[in-house]
Structures are given as structure tokens and as C-alpha cells.
Ligand binder design. Sequence first.
Ligand code: PFF
Length: 448
Amino acid sequence: MRDKWSSKVGFILAAAGSAVGLGNIWKFPYSVGTNGGGAFVALYFIFLIFIGVPLMLAAITLGRKTQLSVFGAYKSINKKWSFVGGLGVICGFFILAFYSTVGGWVIYYLKNALLGTLNTTNPDLLGKTFENLLNSPIELISYQFIFLLFTMLIVLKGISGGIEKASKIMMPALFIMLIVIAFKSVTLKGSMEGIKFLLTPDFSKINMQVAMNALGQVFFSLSIGMGVMVTYGSYLGKKDNILNTAILIPVIDTAIALIAGFATIPAVFALGFKVTEGPGLMFVTLPAVFASMPMGHIFCIVFFLLVLFAALTSSISMLEVCVSYFVDERNKKRKTSTVIITLLIFIMGIPASLSMGVWKNLDLIGGLNFFDLYDKLTTNILLTTGGFLLCIFVGWVLKAENAVKEIEISGNKFRLAPVWSFLIKYVVPAAVFIILINSYKEFILLII
Ligand code: PFF
């Protein structure tokens, strides 16, 4: 018999742990900044409600129904679809390759917080610190390696280890911490501009590019489209109510992203940073917020420690998808697979780490560096493709009626079943398809 989660709380903690990570705290705020502010936030919400939440339910249902991890889940219902699991593995490789770069940055900042070297509100100095890191290949690669090493060690110990138990304390701590930082950020002098930037949607700023990035961000943030939620759902028992879980995870995830937005963006405006800074936004801005707080030094240390934890609960879910493919489908040994895959990801990740410093001038494809290439390939192409295939599969191959039956097995009436079925069969595939076609078009135009 397969393992079940020791409790439903275990599942929620693991799934929320996968969803909440750098995507919320690091990526969401800077994507808001580079995609025009409130318009991006508004689109994010629309996509979240009409695409993200229905797909979250579809993924968990598919896992619970088949009681198999993502490859087996698709295969057991229709053999021809097993490639979707493979797509998830490729996606996991590439996401982790650049996610570990940022994980490495977090460890570097944690070290600096401990040494007390981040204690300034000067945008130039903080910009320099980040710049110096980007231009130190040895440090970048070492910290990336340490991040992957942590990820590997946790995965080697199996899924139900102490990590979920630790989340019970770490996640609420992160939540409270972010609220305090956000409070400080919105009360800084001059923060009003930032609050307006976040909350006032200028709809003229919406174009295909912004739509693509907002949808990609929904998939990335919810960990949907590469099989994590299918696999995690497969550990649920038939008595567990999956409806409330499929809502609860996006609610937690979005709350954290929004609060991270409020912690970062108003401070960007108040303290004189650039909102279009890109991936460095959190790393240059938040230390300045800490420096303007009493006991900011301690805050800074605890914050980076909690972010590291959140990043690890996400990175383990990506590595787990890759490892379980080789263990379940290729009959490889778990230990050996974990070590080899981690090493491969590390090698692939090195160019991502170097691409904003010493390899800055090495334009790869269409002027993108490795970091952006991995990001675009996964967020805009692979995850979105995975999400598209998931809704077609659950809506039409497994069939929405059967999915609804599965959802109701636990004895809960699914009152919104007709709405969900309609969304999953028609609205989600159509909307995702239109955006996806544009992503492909843009990607192909970049490469040729
Ligand atoms: N959701 C994670 C985050 O927001 O940091 C990133 C992620 C994890 C994406 C797992 C995809 C995935 F399968």
C-alpha cells in the first residue's frame, strides 16, 4: 500500500510549501514592477480565479483519483498521455536550474545579514552589494551549490520527513514577518506612489506580453503545470475533502504574494529604488526597509532564513518530480537518481548564475541571457503547456463528470460543479490556448 499523508494537514503543508516560495516573495513583486503595476495585479487575479483555482482542483483530483504520481496518473487513464509527465520532468530541471541561482542569492544575503553588512538604506550601496555578488562567479556558484545540496539532502530523506512539521512554525512565522515588513513599507514617507502603482490598474498597459507574464506567474506561483499537485494529491485518501484544499492553497499563496508586493513596492518608491529593477528588486529594497526599522538587523536575518526555508519547500517539490520519474518509470535507484539529477541541475544552473555578471554580454537567443531563457521557457512555455494539457485531459479524457464524482466521493456536495466543468472544458482551454499560441510565437521569433 502507498503511503498516505499522516494527516490532511500534512498534505496542505506540503502543497502550500510547494506553492509558497521565491515565486511569491521574489518574483511577484518584481514582475509587478516590470509589467506596469496594477494592470498586472488585476490580470493576475482574474487568471487566478478563472484558471488557477479550477486547475488546482483538477490537478489534485487527478492525483487522488489515480493514487499515482503524475506519470502514472496520466498513463493509467490514457497511455498516449504519459508524455505530459515527461514534460513536467523537463520543466522541473529548467526551473530548478534558475531557481537555485536565486536560492543561492538568498543564502548569500543571509550570510551578509548575519555579518551585519546590509545595514544601510542607501540605494547605491545596496545596488553595489547586489552587483558585486552578480560579478563574483565563485561565490554565485558556491551558494547555488549549497542551495541544491540542501534540496538534495531533504529529498533523499523522503517526503514525510521533518520538513512538513517544521513548516507548521516557519510558514506562519514568514506570514507574520511579511505583514510587519509590509506595514513598515506602507508607512514610509513617500510610499503612497507605490501603493497607487500596485492598486490602480491602468488598463491601457495590458497587452499580450503582460497577459502572458500574468498567466505564467499564476502557474509558477501555484506550482501548477508540471505535476507537483497531481503527485501530492495522490497521497490523499478518499475521505479527504479536496474542495476546500483546492481553494485554501491559492488563498494562502496569493495572500503571501500580495503582502510581499506591499512589503516591497511602496518601499521602492519611498526609498528611491527603481521599480523596473527586475530580479534584483527584493534584494536591493528589503534590506533598506530593515535598516529603517528598530532591530532591523535581527529582522533581516530572520527574514532571509524564512525565505530560504520557503524556497526549499518549493525546490524539493521540483526535484521530487524529477526523481520520482526515474524511480517509478525507469526503475532507477532513488539515492543514485537524486544525486545524479541534482548534479545535472547544478551544471545546467551555472550559466544561469553567471549570466547577469561575467557572462552578461553573452546574448544567447534573441538577446536573452541563460537566466531569462530558462525563466521564459518554463514560466511562459512549459508550465503553461502543462496547464493546458491538464485541463484538456481532466475535462475531456478523464471527463469532467467523472472528476466531479471523484470530488464528491468524500461526501461533500460540489455545488459549483456545473460552473467548474464549464470552465475546465471550455473557458480555461480556450483562454490558455490563446495566450500559449502567443508565447510560442514570441519564443520562435526570438530564436530565429
Ligand atoms: N511555486 C513555487 C514558488 O512560487 O516559488 C515555484 C514552483 C514550485 C514552481 C514547484 C513549479 C513547481 F512545480
